[in-house]
Design a binder for this molecule. Structure first.
Ligand code: 0O2
Length: 221
């Protein structure tokens, strides 16, 4: 009956969201291990913040409708690749690539797609590394491969992206030309800041013995 099929769809949907919470847990553990090992080996923490989220059922359904996908869990699972999302904010550009390499070189991580918006920024100036990764999640019945979108960027890129995101929402996507122009220019300022900070960092630390960083201010996801 219809009631039974709605119930079964609801069950499958909540299972899908649960699996995406688990893939976030798996990846956060990997990231935290890499972070701690970096601190141990080099007394250096390349990661400033980590944030994660599972898409809300409402925004997932909106995306399914917008993409005109069927209400089929297997289609949704493969076609919507940002149900699980992790955002890693690094101190410097070089760190973003290091963190990406460290994650993607792990045996149980399958790289579905990498988009390098740092080397090739979007026309509005948006920069970030995007990695669509598939990682096994071990359930009672065995392993299931689950997809997660990982965004890696610097503090300056993150600052710019969060402001741009707010402005985009405020104007419901119809951002006035003057603001678009201004945003594109500020993206260039953020880019210059990243480069100058990286130079400063290199100048201060070149040839220096590993130093110890202040762990008290580490932020957890
Ligand atoms: P939200 O609210 O952050 O989740 P797709 O995700 O497939 O519809 P696309 O363009 O193929 O879109 O994927 P892409 O380029 O990998 O971008 C996906 C996510 O990157 C976005 O998710 C944003 O989080 C971020 N992003 C991409 N472009 C921009 C940008 O110009 N400005 C900002 N601030 N963020 C950007 P959502 O679902 O669009 O948004």
């Amino acid at each position: 009956t219809q009631v039974a099929s709605v119930r079964s769809l609801r069950y499958d949907f909540s299972q899908l969201l649960m699996e995406h919470r688990f893939v976030i847990d798996e990846l956060l553990t990997k990231i935290s291990i890499l972070r701690e090992e970096s601190l141990h080996m080099h007394s250096y923490n390349p990661i400033e913040h980590i944030a994660s989220r599972v898409k809300s059922p409402r925004s997932l359904l909106e995306k399914v409708t917008r993409r005109q996908l069927p209400l089929d869990i297997d289609v949704i699972r493969t076609q919507i690749t940002d149900i699980a999302g992790i955002r890693i904010t690094c101190s410097f550009i070089a760190d973003t690539y290091d963190v990406l390499d460290m994650l993607t070189s792990q045996d149980d991580v399958r790289v579905v797609e990498i988009k390098d918006y740092i080397a090739n920024p979007k026309p509005n100036g948006y920069k970030s590394l995007h990695a669509i990764l598939e990682v096994p999640v071990f359930l009672r019945g065995g392993a299931t491969a689950v997809i997660c979108e990982v965004q890696i960027r610097t503090i300056a890129m993150d600052f710019w992206a969060s402001l741009e995101h707010k402005i985009h929402y405020k104007f419901d996507g119809e951002v006035p030309d003057r603001l678009i122009e201004e945003l594109t220019q500020t993206a260039e300022v953020a880019n210059q800041l990243d480069r100058r900070m990286e130079q400063l960092h290199a100048e201060v630390h070149d040839g220096e013995e590993p130093h110890s960083t202040d762990e008290n201010f580490d932020e957890e996801a």
